[in-house]
Design a binder for this molecule. Structure first.
Ligand SMILES: [Cu+2]
Length: 161
């Protein structure tokens, strides 16, 4: 079996970054020494309404052991994932793309409806409540060349959930 060289490099990075939300967080004691460790909970995207291919999503990401900066995300269920902020502007909620967010050691970034959030474009047709979608998050860490990644499994939610 032929193993791609890129894959060999990528796997240790994923192992270092990936902390399944539903399982006990301390099953692996072999995290990269001194590096930031990411964990997440409550990853979701809203089921697109009325056949549209745009929707929003959220997640709570916690970092321990160092500061990181979330610089972007990709998803197997959408062609583009943007990071958006939401603010009141003359009495209306306005959202705009931002370059990302810093997460300080020990802090949690909360992306949710009504605040900072993810925006997904080119969403896969037929994606419906109850499905799951994969979202990969990328983080800059000072002194590290490769971005840190976090693989999250997002639940597709219907309106009102
Ligand atoms: Cu948005």
């Amino acid at each position: 079996m032929k193993i791609n060289r890129t894959l060999l490099i990528a796997i240790p990075l994923l192992l270092a970054a990936c902390q399944p939300a539903t399982e006990s967080a301390d099953t692996s004691g072999s995290q990269q020494e001194g590096g930031p460790v990411l964990s997440y909970t409550d990853a979701f995207i809203m089921a697109p309404i009325g056949g549209r291919d745009v929707t929003m999503g959220g997640i709570e990401i916690t970092v321990n052991g160092g500061d990181v900066r979330l610089t972007g995300a990709t998803s197997d269920a959408a062609t583009t994932v943007e990071t958006h902020s939401m603010s009141m502007d003359d009495g209306t909620m306005k959202m705009r793309p931002v370059e990302g967010w810093d997460i300080a050691d020990g802090e949690t970034l909360d992306l949710d409806r009504g605040g900072d959030h993810l925006m997904l474009f080119g969403v896969e047709p037929g994606l419906a409540a109850g499905d799951t979608a994969n979202i990969t998050f990328y983080f800059d860490v000072e002194g590290r060349d490769e971005p840190l990644t976090l693989e999250a499994e997002a639940e597709v939610r219907g309106v009102g959930e």
